[in-house]
Design a protein around this ligand. Structure first.
Ligand code: NAG
Ligand code: NAG
Ligand code: NAG
Length: 209
């Protein structure tokens, strides 16, 4: 059956002239020149991607955290608290890569005993190859979010307010394909209410490729 049907098909095909010699040569040139060239280029790009252009983590650094404003009062009789705190933070992000780093919109959070009490936006941007971006971030504690915290009254009376800042920057670098990078920065600090001073400031950095 198979043989017959294939024979019938053969009959239907109009015999073509044999392939021209230069067509053969063209094919041989493709095999001998173009394919090795493509392989060499792929190898070159792979080596470059693994060496010079190897993706590196962005380096985040909190240069300074300064107390911009501190107003507080405790109404002992009514157990009521008024609190207004502003922190000025300067953060640098260095892109050690040979290509630009694009990062998306993000938010810096100010936390008090794991509750978010303030936030500031970081608008999306780009950091050029080898460049360092400086970000001025102002965080304002929103007292209304804090008033529900039962610890606040005792912290204010004791004279130390523990706070935490949390920043996540997420971006991509493009080396052959998009590589996702994320950095996390957490700073713990205490506000010494008697001196209006920041003490025990400790920052912790992590990054993921
Ligand atoms: C907090 O203090 C700043 C600067 O003194 C002031 O502009 C702002 O109105 C205050 N906020 C509250 C809620 O009192
Ligand atoms: C980033 O934020 C800006 C300004 O808030 C907004 O216009 C833009 O749409 C945001 N981009 C993304 C991808 O969400
Ligand atoms: C960031 O803050 C520093 C110190 O307060 C100031 O010198 C600098 O001009 C600020 N940069 C921007 C972009 O606001």
């Amino acid at each position: 059956m198979d043989v017959e049907s294939s024979k019938q098909q053969d009959k239907g095909i109009v015999p073509t002239t044999d392939q021209q010699p230069h067509e053969h040569r063209g094919r041989r040139i493709i095999c001998m020149v173009v394919i090795p060239l493509i392989l060499a280029l792929v190898l070159l790009f792979t080596i470059l991607a693994l060496t010079v252009f190897k993706a590196k983590q962005p380096l985040t650094n909190v240069n300074s955290i300064a107390l911009g404003n501190l107003d507080f009062s405790v109404d002992v009789a009514r157990l009521k608290v008024y609190l207004n705190v502003t922190l000025h933070t300067i953060v640098t992000v260095k892109n050690p890569n040979k290509v630009g780093l694009k990062y998306s919109n993000s938010t810096v959070f100010l936390k008090y005993r794991s509750d978010v009490v303030g936030e500031a936006p970081i608008p999306a941007g780009k950091i050029g190859a080898g460049d360092t971006q400086t970000m001025n971030i102002t965080l304002t504690l929103m007292a209304d979010r804090l008033l529900s915290s039962s610890n606040l009254y005792s912290d204010l009376v004791s004279g130390t307010l523990p706070l935490q800042t949390y920043m996540r920057i997420s971006g991509t670098i493009h080396i052959l394909f998009n590589i996702h990078v994320v950095t996390y920065t957490t700073c713990n600090l205490d506000i010494d209410l008697s001196n209006s001073d920041l003490v025990n400031q400790k920052c912790h950095y992590t990054a993921k490729l």
